[in-house]
Design a protein around this ligand. Structure first.
Ligand code: HEM
Length: 503
């Protein structure tokens, strides 16, 4: 009898466990989706996750090549990430309704802010519609404020002289410029010049990611208390309140005193949110949270984009003169207006090309399946799966772009010259081949503001400075980890103030 034979008993137990292991592995709902970067076997996927952390860019490229037009998966430390590619799959990803593939749940997976943000802000995010509709519609009116602010802040952050080259570390300079110019439009004077506030706005995206790391490893029952004790984002809300509250209270008081007759009522995002908060009887804390959620979406993304563009332009100075000519011509007829910025096709193309080649991430269109579903190609996606599109690989595909790895600053300006192509290839336009801003109903609602703001800042820099790379003349390298990519944080560009600068 086996019971009387201990080695046989052990052998039988091992065999049963091995069989259970194989059955569980083979019947895992994601098993039909091929894995790239290692084994999907339980226990071994940790090695695949380490591999993906180190070689994310190469592994996504490998998956894109092998499974183009379909889906593959890579291992993260705590879950699988399903990556789709090809126009049909990207189109399906953006078209599926939120009750199948949820944008909010996808974001929540990355930010885990349920514990640091009030329920009201989370459940009723009207500030997003304000960015999508009012901010975009009001652009012609608010752009002069942004231009006014950038003319003050750019010379402070790029303190170059006419007779010598000055090295500027690009990333922190762009963060400061973008934070201040955006804040002028988001919260107005005087908050937009309060350095404590600006530092919080710049740091906020990093604070959110640091919080996420702690919250994900905390057991469910303890998340609320851990967030209360350690959340950096909660601390930012607390520290920002004394800076913002006097302004909010003053504006509330003016609304009460003057109502519709308040003649010089501010026209900024903060005021629009206060208007809504008053109607809904909401607290100042809710207003502060909403402003910081917009800062989270706007400042890191925009300053990263600016940093890439400056590195690209400094590495290819032959593009500077044609840009200057375009900008000077347009300013002579239209001035610093939205209509003028819209006519700067070469400048627009520079941004689209730089974001195509670099971008803010290797992936885009993050969604979470909130029910089981089957894609049109038959791929089964179980509830709870996180899906993304392979942005970087799509943007580097020769099928989509000729000489896809080459930096051709004016490629999109040339494409726009074709009949009926004027809008299609502009920076803010999304398509299945261009997903830097996502695509579909959740495509970045701030992209029209970002496009105008960043082009205005860059136009001012190009007009007022000569720029070049120092050292060996090589563009500071991007860094990659897992699905993330970032421009060099320490890279420098040399600036010299132009003699004949027109401001
Ligand atoms: C160059 C700068 C920017 C880039 C590259 C960028 C990129 C993105 C991307 C990729 C998404 C997700 C889209 C999707 O998954 O389909 C997104 C969403 C979002 N962005 Fe931006 N963004 C930028 C600037 C801004 C600015 C300036 C604002 C605010 C004024 C903003 C506000 C938002 C918001 C609120 C969402 C969430 C949309 C929703 O909930 O439906 N972004 N952005």
């Amino acid at each position: 009898m086996a019971f009387e034979d201990p080695p046989a008993l052990i052998l039988a137990s091992v065999a049963i466990l091995a069989a259970i292991y194989v059955v569980r592995w083979k019947t895992h709902p994601l098993n039909s989706i091929p894995t790239v970067g290692g084994s999907s076997a339980p226990g071994l996927s940790i090695l695949a996750a380490i591999n993906f952390r180190r070689n994310g860019k190469e592994l996504i490229e490998e998956g894109y090549r092998k499974y183009y037009g379909s889906a593959f998966k890579v291992a993260l430390i705590d879950q699988w990430l399903v990556i789709v590619s090809g126009p049909k799959m990207v189109d399906e990803l953006r078209r599926r309704p939120d009750n199948e593939l949820s944008f909010d749940e996808g974001v929540e997976d990355v930010v885990q802010m349920k514990y640091s943000i009030g329920h009201e802000t989370f459940e009723d995010p009207y500030h997003i519609n304000m960015v999508k509709e009012k901010l975009t519609r009001t652009l012609p009116v608010i752009l002069p404020d942004a231009v006014d602010e950038l003319k003050l802040t750019v010379p402070e952050c790029i303190p170059a002289k006419t007779d010598e080259w000055t090295a500027v570390t690009v990333m922190p300079a762009m963060q400061q410029i973008v934070a201040r110019v955006s804040s002028r439009v988001f919260v107005g004077l005087p908050i937009c010049r309060n350095q404590d506030y600006l530092s919080m706005a710049i740091r906020f995206a990093i604070d959110v990611i640091k919080d996420r790391k702690i919250i994900t490893i905390t057991p469910y029952g303890l998340k609320t208390i851990v967030s209360k004790l350690f959340s950096k984002t909660k601390r930012v809300f607390k520290q920002a309140t004394p800076v913002m509250e006097p302004v909010i209270n003053e504006r509330r008081a003016n609304m009460k005193a003057f109502g519709e007759d308040w003649s010089d009522k501010p026209n900024d995002l903060l005021q629009w949110i206060i208007d809504e908060a008053v109607l809904r009887n909401q607290s100042n804390a809710s207003i502060v949270e909403r402003i910081f959620l917009i800062n989270f979406a706007a400042i890191h993304t925009s300053s990263t984009t600016m940093t890439h563009v400056l590195y690209d332009l400094a590495a290819r100075p032959e593009y500077i003169q044609p840009l200057r000519e375009e900008i000077e011509d347009v300013l002579a007829t239209d001035g610093w207006t939205k209509a003028g910025i819209g006519k700067m096709w070469k400048l627009d193309s520079l941004f689209r090309e730089s974001s195509r080649l670099h971008g803010i991430s290797l992936i885009s269109l993050m969604r979470k399946a909130v029910k089981d579903l089957t894609f049109n190609d038959g791929t089964f996606i179980p509830k709870g799966t996180v899906l993304v599109a392979a942005a970087h690989a799509t943007h580097h595909d020769e099928v989509n772009y000729a000489d896809a790895d080459d930096f051709d600053a004016f490629r999109f300006a040339r494409m726009r010259e074709g009949e009926g192509e004027g809008v299609k290839h502009q920076f803010a336009n999304t398509s299945v081949d261009y997903i830097s801003f996502g695509h579909g109903k959740h495509a970045c609602p701030g992209r029209f503001f970002a496009s105008n703001e960043l082009k205005a800042i860059m136009a001012y820099i190009v007009l007022n400075y000569d720029l070049k790379l120092g050292g060996d003349g090589q563009r500071p390298p991007d860094t990659y980890f897992a699905q993330n990519m970032a421009p060099s944080r320490t890279g420098q560009v040399l600036f010299r103030k132009r003699q004949a600068a027109s401001s």
